[in-house]
Design a protein around this ligand. Structure first.
Ligand SMILES: [Zn+2]
Length: 322
């Protein structure tokens, strides 16, 4: 924000030009117009200072000054930097434009990965139970495996080929999971987890989906530090990782009504060394008294599996589109 204030206004006009890569911030509306979206009338429920940008056949973007996320088709997508405001118009940083807005506006390169063979990764297992519901004693490792088995069947019905990193209650090192995708020649990797709050927290709830932090961005929970400039193997798929995360998170929210904890970025071991697009889903808080009891219910896990299958199918359809 301080950078913007310091700039002369002529520079800021240049900043709005997409050719000016060296300048820090660009106008959101101008950048979205270049991607085919136009300013749209606010709808009931939009915050007073929000901007809405829409176009037929493209996702709708809603942004609000000072927020560290965009709403894309109503799904919270965390940005690297909060949305700024200049002369009454909203601004975003160049890195957020490149790494968040462009892929979500469905500008995917012509050369695209496949989606036919999917490796599902039920988190935890064996001596590692993951998070636990305190009174039901229901474990994350049981929930992830059961969800993966349900999801496998649903995806196979749709014609996908599906493999699991584990199909029983065994421990697998975090570092061994991503290489299994390479070995299996998987086109997609989906790691399944359930969340847990701090000790004694039985109320935190909601679903979040992670992709590998793109090169040059911050992990969502480490916004204060320096951006991570390391390029991991998984960063070859930054645009696809985000698009996959978006499609899955959107279906999860639509089909469960769970709280939206957003699409987040992290340098998780299971995502860093992937040689195909991948995401990690936190399908709700198993530690929550209410949401954890839902997760312990087979019908709810079936609903989650259905939503993830639909999200993956949406992503696969997008890859096949022009
Ligand atoms: Zn976990």
């Amino acid at each position: 924000m301080g950078r913007l204030v310091a700039l002369a206004s002529c520079l800021l006009v240049a900043a709005a030009d997409l050719g000016a890569a060296a300048t820090p911030d660009i106008f959101l509306g101008d950048s979205l117009r270049q991607l085919g979206l136009a300013p749209a009338a606010r709808v009931a429920g939009d915050p007073p200072a929000a901007e809405r940008h829409a176009a037929k056949g493209l996702p709708t973007f809603v942004a609000e000054a000072n927020k560290d996320y965009l709403l894309v088709e109503g799904v919270k997508v965390y940005l690297d930097d909060p949305i700024g405001q200049l002369r009454g118009k909203l601004t975003v940083t160049r890195i957020d434009y490149d790494k968040v807005i462009v892929p979500l506006a469905w500008r995917l390169p012509a050369a695209r990965p496949g989606s036919q063979r999917i490796l599902l990764d039920p988190g935890h297992g064996g001596k590692d139970p993951g998070k636990v519901h305190a009174t039901l004693n229901y474990t994350e490792k049981a929930a992830t495996l059961d969800t993966a088995v349900r999801l496998k069947l649903l995806l196979e019905k749709r014609g996908f080929e599906v493999l699991l990193t584990r199909d029983k209650d065994v421990a697998i090192d975090l570092d061994d999971r991503a290489p299994m995708a390479t070995k299996a020649k998987a086109d997609l990797f989906v790691s399944l987890h359930y969340n847990g709050g701090a000790a004694g927290d039985t109320t935190s709830a909601g679903i979040e989906t992670y992709c590998l932090t793109p090169t040059g961005q911050h992990s969502t929970n480490k916004a204060a530090g320096r951006a991570d400039l390391t390029a991991e193997p998984g960063n070859r798929f930054d645009l696809f990782n985000l698009q996959l995360a978006f499609n899955v998170q959107r279906q999860l929210l639509a089909q469960t009504g769970a709280e939206d904890r957003g699409i987040r970025r992290a340098r998780f071991a299971v995502l860093r060394t992937l040689t195909c697009p991948g995401i990690l889903i936190e399908g709700g808080f198993v530690s929550s008294r209410v949401e954890g009891a839902q997760i312990a219910n087979a019908a709810y896990r079936q609903k989650l599996a259905q939503a993830i299958a639909d999200g993956i199918a949406d992503y696969a359809r997008l890859l096949r589109a022009k």
